[in-house]
Ligand binder design. Structure first.
Ligand code: GUN
Length: 303
C-alpha cells in the first residue's frame, strides 16, 4: 500500500513557519485577488486564498467583477494595483470569461507582483533557471516531493497535461532537478505504456479517475493534481463503483471531489501517492502566501 503524501500537514508546517517570519519581519504583505464572473469553483478558491491571508496577517484585497466587465475596466484595475504600495501580489483568478484576452490581461500584471508566475517575463525566467515567481501548484509539488525525500536526479518523470499553470512549469522544475522529463497529453500514443516508465508520475489532466493502475509502475511516486467535481450519481457509480461511499456524499452534498487518479487502484501499486483532497491543493495556497511574502520582502529591500 502506498504511503499517502499529506499535503495538508506540510502546508500547515510551512504556513506556521512563515507566520513567525512575517511577525519578525514587521512587514504586512498585501495580496490583491481579482475574480471575474460567478464560476463557483473559482469563488471557493478565491475565498480560500483570502482566508489564508487573514490567518497570516496579510493585507488582502478582493475584487469581484461582473462577468461582462470590459477589458478597459479590468486593465484600469490591474494598472492601479501595479502602482499600489500596499499590494505586493496580484492574482487574476483563471479562467476568465471568453471576451477577455487572458494572455493580454496576465501580461498587464507587473512581473514584480506576479505571484502566480504567469507573466511571460516570469515564464521565461523559469525556463532559463533565473530567480522568479514560480507558479504555486508546481512549487507546492516540489515542496511535497522534497518533504518525502523523493529522488529526482536521473529519474524518469512523466507529466500528463501540458497546461501553462501546471504541466509546463512542473516539467521545467523537474528538469532543473536533473530528472528526465516527458510531457504527455491527449494525443500521446500509448499513454499508459509511457506512464508506466515513470518513477514519478504527475497527473494534471482534469479528468476524474483517468489514471488507473495500468499507468503505474510498481513502487512509483504518483502526484495527483486533479480536483474534479462529480455531481451525477450515475457517472459516479461507473467511476467509483456501486459500493463507494462517494455516492452517498453526492446525495448529501450534491457533489464529491476526486482526483485524476483512480485512488483505490493506484494506492495498491504506488509507493507514494497524494490524496485528493488534502494532497497538492493545500500546498498551492501555502505557496501563494510564500510568493506574496517573498515579494513583500523584495519590495522592502528595494526601498
Ligand atoms: N485557476 C486554477 N488554478 C489557478 C492558479 O493557480 N492561479 C490562478 N490565478 N487561477 C487559477
Amino acid at each position: 500500500m502506498a504511503v499517502l503524501m499529506d499535503g495538508r500537514t506540510l502546508a500547515h508546517k510551512i504556513t506556521d513557519g512563515m507566520r513567525h517570519e512575517v511577525d519578525a519581519s514587521g512587514l504586512r504583505p498585501g495580496l490583491a485577488v481579482i475574480l471575474v464572473g460567478e464560476n463557483p469553483a473559482s469563488a471557493v478558491y478565491v475565498r480560500m486564498k483570502e482566508k489564508a491571508c487573514e490567518k497570516l496577517g496579510f493585507f488582502s484585497s478582493g475584487f469581484r467583477l461582473p462577468a461582462d466587465v470590459s477589458e478597459a475596466e479590468l486593465t484600469t484595475l490591474i494598472l492601479r494595483l501595479n502602482n499600489d504600495p500596499d499590494i505586493h501580489g496580484i492574482l487574476l483568478q483563471l479562467p476568465i470569461p471568453g471576451h477577455l484576452d487572458e494572455k493580454k490581461m496576465l501580461s498587464l500584471i507587473s512581473p514584480d507582483k506576479d505571484v502566480d508566475g504567469f507573466h511571460p517575463v516570469n515564464v521565461g525566467k523559469l525556463m532559463v533557471g533565473d530567480e522568479c515567481f514560480v507558479p504555486c501548484t508546481p512549487r507546492g509539488i516540489m515542496a511535497l516531493v522534497d518533504a518525502y525525500n523523493v529522488e529526482l536526479e536521473g529519474k524518469r518523470v512523466v507529466v500528463i497535461g501540458r497546461s501553462n499553470i501546471v504541466g509546463k512549469p512542473i516539467a521545467m522544475l523537474m528538469l532543473h532537478r536533473h530528472a528526465t522529463v516527458t510531457i504527455c497529453h491527449s494525443r500521446t500514443v500509448d499513454l499508459a505504456g509511457l506512464c508506466r516508465e515513470a518513477d514519478v508520475l504527475i497527473a494534471a489532466v482534469g479528468r476524474p479517475y483517468f489514471v488507473d493502475e495500468t499507468f503505474v509502475k510498481p513502487g512509483a511516486t504518483v502526484v495527483d493534481v486533479g480536483v474534479n467535481r462529480v455531481d451525477d450519481v450515475e457517472t459516479a457509480s461507473q467511476l467509483f463503483g456501486l459500493e463507494s461511499p462517494k455516492l452517498q456524499k453526492i446525495r448529501d452534498k450534491g457533489y464529491v471531489l476526486c482526483g485524476d487518479v483512480n485512488f483505490e487502484e493506484v494506492e495498491s501499486k504506488a509507493a507514494l501517492l497524494t490524496p485528493v483532497p488534502r494532497g497538492v491543493g493545500p500546498l498551492t495556497i501555502a505557496m501563494l502566501m510564500q510568493n506574496t511574502f517573498d515579494s513583500a520582502k523584495r519590495f522592502a529591500e528595494k526601498g
